[in-house]
Design a protein around this ligand. Structure first.
Ligand SMILES: NC(=O)c1ccc[n+]([C@@H]2O[C@H](COP(=O)([O-])OP(=O)(O)OC[C@H]3O[C@@H](n4cnc5c(N)ncnc54)[C@H](OP(=O)(O)O)[C@@H]3O)[C@@H](O)[C@H]2O)c1
Length: 369
C-alpha cells in the first residue's frame, strides 16, 4: 500500500493558481449584453461578473432551467433550434424592432446549425459574438495543445447527435460557423473542465467532498499526471473582460496558472480542508480491470494507456487578461457550496462508498500482499 506524500508546501499549493495580475478595474460605459442560455452553471457566473461591472443583460432561453433565477433581467423565450416551438422568433422580433446589443455570449450551442441560425438572426444587431467552445476541440490531447493545434473531425458534420465521439468536432464546427457568420467579430473561448460553485456535474466537486470526509482514499493512476481545471468565476470574469476590450480570436482557457499534478491536487485538498485522509495509489490497470469508469466514477482520472499527457497551453489567454485564483480557494469554495445542497442529492460523479471499500480490500490483498 503506497502512502501519499508531496513536495509542495501548503503556501506553494495555495498560490499554485496565481499566475497573472487581477483584471484592471477601469470605469467604462455599461454594455448591453445578450446571453443565449445563462441559467445553469457558467451562465449565472457570467451574469454576476457582468452585473458587477454595471452591464445590462438580456437572456434568451427556453425557460426550463432554473427559471426562477434573475427575475430582474429581461428574458426572451425561445429555442436555439429554429425548428422547435417558437424557435428564434422572440429574438427576430426584437431585432426587427431595432434592438441592438454590444455582444452576444453563446453558452448553449453544440452543433453548427444553431450557431449559424443565431448569428443570422442577430446580423447587424450585435457587435461581438462570443462562443463558449471547449478544449475537446483538439484531435490529440496526448501532446501539448496550442490554439492552432489540429482539431478533431466528425465523420458526419451534419450530425446533431452529441456524444463523447462527436462533441469536440461539433464544437470546432460551431466555432467556424460563428467566425463565418461574423468574420473578425468573434471570440471563441475554449475552456477545460470548468469547476467551482454551482457545478452540478460533480466531476471536480466530488474530490473536496471525499477528501474532507477523511479515512483511506483511493488515489488513481499516476501521481505525476497533470490536472487542468478552471474556476468558473475566473473564466466568467475574463469572458466579460474580453468583450469589454473588444478582443477577438481563439483562446484556450484552463488553469491552474502553473503545473499541478494529481498528487499535488489531492494533497492540496487534504491540507486546505484540514482532513485526516490518507491516499492509497492504485494502478490504472487495476482500476480498469475492476471496471472503474475514468473521469466520472473517479473524477479527474484520465488513464492514458502508455501515451503521454499533453497539457493545454494558455499563454495567449493570459496575455489577454486571463488570471487564476489559488486552487486552494476553488477547493474550499466548491466544498462550501456543495454542502449547501440537500444531504440526499444525487451525486452525478464519484465512487460509491461500497465500491471504494471493495476496491481497497481487493488492492490490499492483491498478489498476497
Ligand atoms: N462544464 C464544463 O466543464 C465545460 C467545459 C468546457 C466547455 N463547456 C461549455 O460551457 C458551456 C456552458 O454551459 P452551461 O450549461 O454552464 O451554460 P449556462 O448558460 O449556464 O446554461 C445553459 C443554458 O442554455 C439554455 N438552453 C439549453 N438548451 C437550449 C435551447 N435548445 N434553446 C435555448 N436555450 C437553451 C438553458 O436554459 P433552458 O433549459 O431554460 O433553455 C440554460 O440557460 C457549454 O457550451 C459547454 O459546452 C463546459
Amino acid at each position: 500500500m503506497s502512502k501519499f506524500s508531496s513536495n509542495l508546501s501548503r503556501r506553494e499549493f495555495l498560490c499554485a493558481g496565481l499566475a497573472a495580475a487581477a483584471l484592471p478595474t477601469v470605469k467604462m460605459k455599461p454594455l448591453k449584453l445578450l446571453i443565449l442560455g445563462g441559467t445553469a452553471f457558467l451562465g449565472p457566473h457570467l451574469i454576476e461578473a457582468a452585473q458587477a461591472r454595471g452591464h445590462q443583460i438580456t437572456l434568451f432561453n427556453r425557460g426550463r432551467t432554473n427559471s426562477h433565477l434573475f427575475p430582474e433581467l429581461e428574458k426572451l423565450k425561445g429555442d436555439r433550434d429554429p425548428n422547435k416551438d417558437d424557435g428564434l422568433k422572440s429574438l427576430e422580433t426584437a431585432v426587427k424592432d431595432g434592438r441592438t446589443w454590444d455582444a452576444v455570449l453563446d453558452t448553449s450551442a453544440y452543433y453548427p446549425r444553431v450557431v449559424g441560425a443565431a448569428a443570422t438572426a442577430l446580423k447587424g444587431a450585435v457587435g461581438h459574438y462570443q462562443f463558449i467552445s471547449t478544449l475537446s476541440v483538439f484531435a490529440d490531447r496526448s501532446v501539448d495543445v496550442f490554439e492552432d493545434s489540429p482539431l478533431a473531425q466528425v465523420e458526419d458534420p451534419a450530425t446533431e447527435k452529441v456524444t463523447g465521439a462527436t462533441y469536440g468536432g461539433l464544437k470546432a464546427l460551431c466555432e467556424a460557423a460563428a467566425e463565418k457568420s461574423m468574420p473578425g467579430q468573434v471570440s471563441n473561448v475554449r475552456p477545460g473542465l470548468i469547476v467551482g460553485p454551482l457545478d452540478t456535474s460533480d466531476r471536480f466537486t466530488w474530490w473536496p467532498q471525499r477528501v474532507a470526509k477523511g479515512g483511506e482514499v483511493i488515489a488513481p493512476g499516476k501521481p505525476d499526471a497533470p490536472i487542468q481545471v478552471i474556476d468558473v468565476r475566473d473564466l466568467a470574469a475574463w469572458c466579460i473582460h474580453l468583450i469589454e476590450q473588444k478582443t477577438v480570436g481563439v483562446f484556450n482557457a484552463v488553469g491552474p496558472g502553473s503545473r499541478v499534478t494529481m498528487q499535488e491536487f489531492l494533497h492540496g485538498c487534504k491540507i486546505v480542508l484540514g482532513s485526516d485522509a490518507s491516499f492509497t495509489w492504485m494502478a490504472d490497470d487495476f482500476l480498469l480491470e475492476n471496471k472503474v469508469r475514468p473521469y466520472t466514477e473517479i473524477p479527474l482520472w484520465i488513464p492514458r494507456e502508455g501515451a503521454p499527457y499533453g497539457t493545454a497551453q494558455c499563454q495567449k489567454a493570459m496575455s489577454a487578461g486571463l488570471s487564476f485564483r489559488p486552487l486552494g480557494d476553488t477547493i474550499r469554495d466548491t466544498l462550501t457550496w456543495s454542502q449547501t445542497r440537500a444531504d440526499d442529492h444525487r451525486w452525478r460523479a464519484g465512487l460509491a462508498s461500497a465500491k471504494e471499500i471493495e476496491l481497497l480490500t481487493k488492492w490490499s490483498t492483491k498478489d498476497g500482499e
